[in-house]
Design a protein around this ligand. Structure first.
Ligand code: 15L
Length: 270
């Protein structure tokens, strides 16, 4: 990989990843709909709206690999999700095909499978169970990734990011936390591993309370260094201050599941 593009480079994850990948690849091209305030002078920055295919084609020209973080990062109206996460994601893959980009790492989310109960351990071969319009857009991204991998020969990695941050801060996040360094490690597997065609990984650190079997990532050499249990005392104390959320506390997606939930509380047993 000589030139790597990061979309969504102004966001929380994008800002950390561009620091962690600085110097790993000869050139980083950064993009977002808005200019990051802390842009380092030696990086190329291209402002682009991913919903405009012509802009995206220009953006990916000359790029070897893409880390696609761009789009809405939480639940939003259908209109906003459609624009940024559905049309934007399609344009990204289609422009990459046209401009012969070799690899895409797609930032999927745990919300693609948020409606699995916490008591059930799942692998990446279970059907999706999105918990929001946002989660549906992530399942769409995984599906379009498979299409472009198997029909057009791109190498695609979808990372179902759990909760990204320096530490897990409550019970849910003790199970799904990923440190910035561990996410960077997974991204590098996606950009570099020679055998990879299409894979879905869970974006999680070494979490003893995990609800996910991340065997696929381990098979490709992932060795997380973040250990959630090191933060357990603080996270459990913080959890005691939170109001109970019977639906959100039952399902893996947490508040994304209880938000707009009108199915009846008895439904929360499957
Ligand atoms: C996500 O997908 C979001 O982008 C992030 O803001 C968090 O809400 C995270 O999931 C989570 O589930 O905690």
């Amino acid at each position: 990989m000589k030139t790597v593009l990061i979309t969504g480079a102004a966001g929380g994850i994008g800002s950390r990843l561009r620091q962690l990948l600085d110097g790993v690849y000869p050139r980083l091209r950064l993009s977002d709909i808005r200019t990051p305030p802390d842009l380092a002078g030696h990086h190329e920055f291209v402002q682009a709206d991913l919903a405009d295919l012509a802009q995206v084609e220009k953006l990916v020209e000359g790029v070897d690999g893409i880390v696609h973080l761009g789009g809405e990062s939480v639940e939003q109206s259908w209109d906003r999700i459609l624009h940024a996460n559905i049309i934007g994601c399609y344009n990204l893959f289609e422009a990459a095909r046209r401009k012969k980009v070799q690899r895409i790492v797609f930032a999927s989310s745990n919300h693609a499978v948020g409606f699995y109960p916490r008591q059930r351990k799942i692998g990446t071969d279970e059907p999706v169970r999105p918990d929001s319009r946002y989660g549906v857009s992530k399942a769409f991204g995984e599906a379009i990734g498979a299409l472009y991998a198997f029909k057009h020969g791109l190498r695609v990695t979808c990372i179902r990011i759990g909760n990204f941050g320096d530490a897990p801060v409550d019970v849910r996040r003790l199970a799904i936390w990923i440190s910035p360094e561990d996410l960077a490690q997974l991204v590098r597997i996606g950009l570099e591993h020679p055998d990879l065609r299409y894979e879905i990984f869970f974006g999680a650190s070494h979490n003893d309370r995990a609800w996910w079997d991340n065997e696929a990532a381990y098979r490709y050499g992932y060795r997380p260094t973040g250990i959630a249990e090191n933060f357990a005392a603080t996270a459990l104390a913080a959890q005691r201050q939170l109001a109970p959320d019977p639906i959100g506390d039952w399902y893996q997606g947490g508040p994304f599941c209880s938000d707009e939930f009108d199915f009846g509380i008895d439904a929360a047993a499957t």
